[in-house]
Design a protein around this ligand. Structure first.
Ligand SMILES: Cc1cc2nc3c(=O)[nH]c(=O)nc-3n(C[C@H](O)[C@H](O)[C@H](O)COP(=O)(O)OP(=O)(O)OC[C@H]3O[C@@H](n4cnc5c(N)ncnc54)[C@H](O)[C@@H]3O)c2cc1C
Ligand code: SF4
Length: 483
């Protein structure tokens, strides 16, 4: 590795022009060519104690890569142009780099040592290029399992947590069945994250590989309604609940049941279903409408990008927090994520289309304005945020800041409920680590930690698989001792 961090500037994945890409739902970014990616890998300093792969939490903050990707090692292999070994090294820790290489917010880059004084290494772009290149070269093939243990495991939910657990347990020789209530496998990878960020063919390609390796998938099975967890426990030696945390928070203000108020997940799911040939319900169509997205997070950004593609007349996004700064603040020292203002794909598109950033900060929605039962606007006030010396934040209303925004379609993206009530419906009262109060029933992913990230879901899938494997081994020992 040449450690060329002083002479080579950071570059990330090439993106299609904004004016071009908003007319379709194709991915907006693609892998890098070999020449540029080798140069980006050469920027890695190979620092003695890399933080990029630590993968831990300081409070609620992720430091480095949660699945401990061996980043400096694959950087070295890429800079040596040994793409095959880089691919092998990547697969040691990451079941699905084609997903994280596309949609991970890359906490690894926030903790990159080079980032203390320069732009960090473009880790996510390198990861995506290694795996996309591996698929193109035909290196990614089904890994057939030689010996089966005879143990049967049911996994409820086919998001990244369920898929990672299924992959790990299948490779250990257990017979795995994944039960999914939706009509497609993938959880939020399929219905949630829009196609322009993660093409659904990329999800299906991985599911096909897992199926070829022996994992069974059953769609359209709503566990709790079609079959109970108890019944599954009778049929399988262990059950994993990887059911996510998809229950959305609602606005809870006057008029929020009006026609034209839609939950972001319903809206994004309808858009993906349309790509699969289903008719789009007019209530999920933003064409010609003034759209307001309530919620300043990533789900809100995905709604902005989708509304632009549908031909919205205007799109405004309400955020509750102040605008972020351009530089890392003293409150967010390295190796925390810098959390600076960035112009993500959706915002770049809105600026290209409407010549204005759609984000509005420190806004509180007070009331939905209706005509008949239909939304026509939102009454708002501006807030001020004061952070006390103990770090506690308080919000105050700015006097005289009332404003009514016109709206024909309001998309609510203000976060997700905790998963515990849903788990209780499935018969689980308590959980600790990955184990629940029901013998042989485990829990992982967003269903355990609340709405999070793909990379955390993969880590949870890997870790719950270890717990289940150890549990099955104990069952075997007990069986031998009693016979
Ligand atoms: C719109 C949106 C965009 C996002 N974008 C990103 C991003 O860019 N990057 C990122 O890292 N993270 C992103 N996230 C978060 C990320 O998608 C989740 O943290 C991750 O998918 C959680 O994985 P999971 O496997 O735990 O659950 P999920 O992906 O939610 O999967 C759970 C699955 O369980 C199924 N299920 C639930 N109950 C039952 C039942 N009773 N019977 C059968 N099946 C059931 C569901 O249908 C679902 O398919 C986004 C989230 C949303 C909502
Ligand atoms: S999975 Fe995410 S955190 Fe880990 S190396 Fe890839 S981009 Fe970084």
């Amino acid at each position: 590795m040449r450690h060329n961090f002083l002479s080579i500037p950071r570059e990330t994945l090439p993106e299609r022009g904004v004016k071009d890409r908003i007319h379709d739902y194709g991915e907006y970014a693609s892998r890098m060519e070999d020449g540029p990616i080798v140069k980006q890998a050469e920027r890695c300093m190979d620092c003695g104690t890399p933080f990029c792969h630590v993968g831990d939490l300081i409070g609620q903050e992720t430091i480095g890569c949660p699945i401990h990707n061996l980043i400096p090692e694959w950087n070295r292999l890429v800079s040596d142009q040994d793409f095959f070994r880089a691919y092998e090294r990547l697969m040691e820790t990451n079941n699905f780099p084609e997903f994280t290489g596309r949609v991970c917010p890359a906490p690894c880059e926030g903790s990159c040592t080079l980032g203390i004084s320069e732009d960090p290494v473009a880790i996510k772009s390198i990861e995506r290029t290694i795996i996309d290149r591996a698929f193109e070269q035909g290196w990614v093939k089904p890994r057939h399992v030689r010996q089966r243990t005879g143990y049967r495991v049911a996994i409820i939910g086919s998001g990244p947590a369920g898929l990672a657990a299924a992959d790990q347990l299948n490779q250990l020789g257990h017979t795995v069945t994944v039960l999914e209530k939706a009509d497609e496998i993938g959880g939020l990878l399929y219905y949630g994250i829009p196609n322009m960020k993660l093409d659904k063919g990329v999800v299906r390609r991985r599911v096909d590989l897992l199926e070829a390796e022996g994992i069974r998938f059953k769609t359209g099975v709503n566990v709790g309604e079609d079959v109970t967890v108890e019944a599954l426990r009778g049929e399988y030696d262990a059950v994993i609940l990887a059911t996510g945390a998809q229950k959305q928070r609602t606005l809870g203000i006057n008029g929020d049941d009006a026609s034209g108020i839609e939950l972001a997940m319903d809206y994004l799911t309808a858009s993906t279903k349309q790509l699969n040939g289903k008719d789009l319900d007019p209530r999920h169509d933003a064409e010609g409408k003034h759209v307001i997205v309530i919620g300043g997070g990533d789900t809100g950004a995905d709604c902005v990008a989708t509304a632009i593609r549908q031909g919205a007349a205007s799109v405004t996004q309400f955020g509750k927090h102040p605008e972020k700064g351009l530089y890392r603040s003293p409150e967010r020292p390295w190796p925390l994520q810098p959390d600076t203002l960035s112009t993500d794909y959706a915002y770049a598109e809105a600026i290209g289309q409407y010549e204005a950033d759609p984000r509005t900060y420190l806004i509180r929605s007070n009331q939905i304005v209706t005509e008949g039962d239909k939304v026509v606007g939102i009454e708002t006030e501006r807030m001020e945020k004061i952070v006390k010396p103990d770090g506690h934040a308080t919000f105050f209303v700015v006097e005289g800041s009332e404003k009514t925004y016109p709206a024909d379609l309001v998309l609510v993206a203000i976060g997700f409920e905790r998963p515990e009530p849903e788990l209780r419906k499935l018969g689980v009262e308590s959980k600790r680590d990955y184990v629940t109060d029901v013998d042989g029933v485990f829990v992982a992913g967003d269903a355990r930690r609340g709405q999070s990230l793909i990379v955390w879901a993969i880590r949870e899938g890997r870790e719950v698989a270890e717990k289940v494997d150890a549990y099955l081994e104990t069952c075997q020992t007990e069986l031998k001792t009693s016979s």
